[in-house]
Every structure is written in C-alpha cells, then in structure tokens.
Design a protein around this ligand. Sequence first.
Ligand SMILES: Nc1nc2c(ncn2[C@@H]2O[C@H](COP(=O)(O)OP(=O)(O)OP(=O)(O)O)[C@@H](O)[C@H]2O)c(=O)[nH]1
Ligand SMILES: [Mg+2]
Length: 318
Amino acid sequence: MQTDISIVVPLYNEEESLPELTEWIEKVCTEHGYSYEVIMVDDGSTDDSWDVIQELAQNNSNIKGIKFQRNYGKSAALNEGFAAAKGNVIITMDADLQDSPDEVPELYRMVTVDGFDLVSGWKKVRYDNAVTKNLPSKLYNAVNRSISGIKLHDMNCGLKAYRKNVIKSIEVYGEMHRFIPVLAKAAGFRKIGEKVVQHRPRKYGESKFGWERFINGFLDLLSVQFISRFGKKPMHLFGTLGTIMFLLGFGFVLWLVISRLMGGADYGLTNRVTFYISLVTMVLGTQFFLAGFLGELISRSAADRNSYLIEKKIGLDK
Ligand SMILES: Nc1nc2c(ncn2[C@@H]2O[C@H](COP(=O)(O)OP(=O)(O)OP(=O)(O)O)[C@@H](O)[C@H]2O)c(=O)[nH]1
Ligand SMILES: [Mg+2]
C-alpha cells in the first residue's frame, strides 16, 4: 500500500512535546484520510525522548523511530529520515510544537495538486526574541536571497514539504539543512514555493540554536554556492582569478621596466610601490592556478563525477 505522507521530525531533547505532537499529527491525518508515517529521528538526546518515542510507536504503528548513538546534528537526522521515508510527499517539522500540524493538508495539496517540488514554510509572524532572532533572521534571509537567487522569505524554516524524488536525489550533510532549497535548485528542481505558516511560541524545553547560526549559515551558503557552481569545474573559478591576478602583476612589471628604460625613475626598482604590487599579484595568481589544478584532480577522482539526475527516458530501460 502506498503512503501519502511521511512526516520527518528531527529532534534533540524534546521529551515533553512528542506525545502532543504525534497526537495532533494523527488527528489531522485521520481527519483527511491520509495514509501516513511519522519518522522521529532522535539525535542522541540526553533526556527521555527515546523512551517516549518507543512508547508512542507501540501504541501507533504509523510512528517510527531512528536513534543515533550520539548527536550528529539536524542535517544528519534529516538525511537519515529522508532515506527511510516511503511517502509520496515528505514533510519535515520541528519537534517543539512551534510548527503546526494543521499546515499539513495545504502543504500536501500544494505538492500534489499545484505541482510544487518543494514548499517552504514562512513564519511571517514569529514568537521569538526580536533582537537576537527576528532581526538577524531577516537580514540573513535577505543576503541568502540575493546570493542564491531563490526568492524565499524564510529559507531555514523547519516546516517544509517535498515531492519524493526531490529528497531522494539530494544529500543533506554537514550543516546544509539550512539550504535544502539551494541543494534542490542545484539538482534541477525549479518549482519552489512558499506558504505562510503559523508559528507558535515554544511551550516546553529550550531553543538549541543561538546566534552562531547566522555566521555558520553564511559560511555554509558560500560553500553551497561554490560547490553547486564550480564543484565539477573548480579551474573555471580559480583559473579566472589566477589569470586576472597574474596579468595584473605582469602589467605592473612591464610598466616598471618601461619607465625604467625611459629613465623616468632614477631610484631603485625595489623602492617603488608597483614593484611590491606586481610581486604579490603574480605570486597570488600562481597560487590560484595551483588551487585550480588541485581542485580538478580532486573532482576528477570524486565518486560522483559522472552521476546525473535523469528525469525521463524514452525507448530505453529504466
Ligand atoms: N536532529 C537534531 N535535531 C535538532 C538538533 N538541535 C535542535 N534540533 C531540533 O530542531 C528543531 C528546531 O530546533 P529549535 O531549538 O526549536 O530551534 P529554534 O531556535 O527554536 O528555531 P525556531 O523553531 O525556528 O525558532 C527542534 O525540533 C529541535 O529538537 C540537533 O542537534 N539534532
Ligand atoms: Mg523551535
């Protein structure tokens, strides 16, 4: 039998919220007649989350659990949950009851009827601290939009819905859970939408991410952009930078030599600013080239150097 929806819930120390969350999900799904599964990924919680999950699973066969030996982070949890998911639509949701299961039907409809590959939640009204969370988050999302070119207001929202082949074709690793839309876009999935979702104040437990998320997030965005644009052809970036640098340096050298020959400067070469500029730029240019060659060597031996995502075939075996 087919499963309509897989709800993947990554969690870390959320024992108090889980019973309420699963009860609510169950209510929504039975009301709408969905066949569903809830996959709870306990990321090495140090409280009793796993015991709670075991108990919930005993009483409801739609509830499944994965427990990590230690804490690996939200990306790892999502990746494992995605691998296990059987549903046609996969919905991710935070465990802390800040995301409302009442959003599930509309998210499901947007993927199955409107044809979105990915729908991201947008917490338009937030119940978090304005200074430490909301303001930085707005700024961060604006930078994100301009660098990635994906017009989402709230890229990091935990509540998202995906068509099955989206999550089966991307790998979420490191801290990349913040950029799943960027990964999806890089894999060729274009229909990315957003839905305003309710955000509720945290009822139990405590927040797990602080301000460092913005710095780490920004660095990760640069990596993900770099990898998706130049990951398979690093020389195109480093070679261009290297050429520009080297030519710049070489131009300065020529200028130095010519002006010397014309007798323009009668003091020593090493006393001139241009000498140092040309020295630095030529050395840097060579370094860029080296980085490019090394990058090419690495990407040439990467296991996925020839793996493509095939959407359809005709007249050939699948
Ligand atoms: N798997 C996993 N999940 C985590 C980890 N840290 C937090 N989470 C879960 O990620 C979700 C969001 O974490 P929160 O601490 O609520 O983050 P927040 O600061 O409240 O963020 P908002 O909900 O956007 O306000 C919750 O379900 C957490 O249990 C972790 O290290 N691993
Ligand atoms: Mg939260």
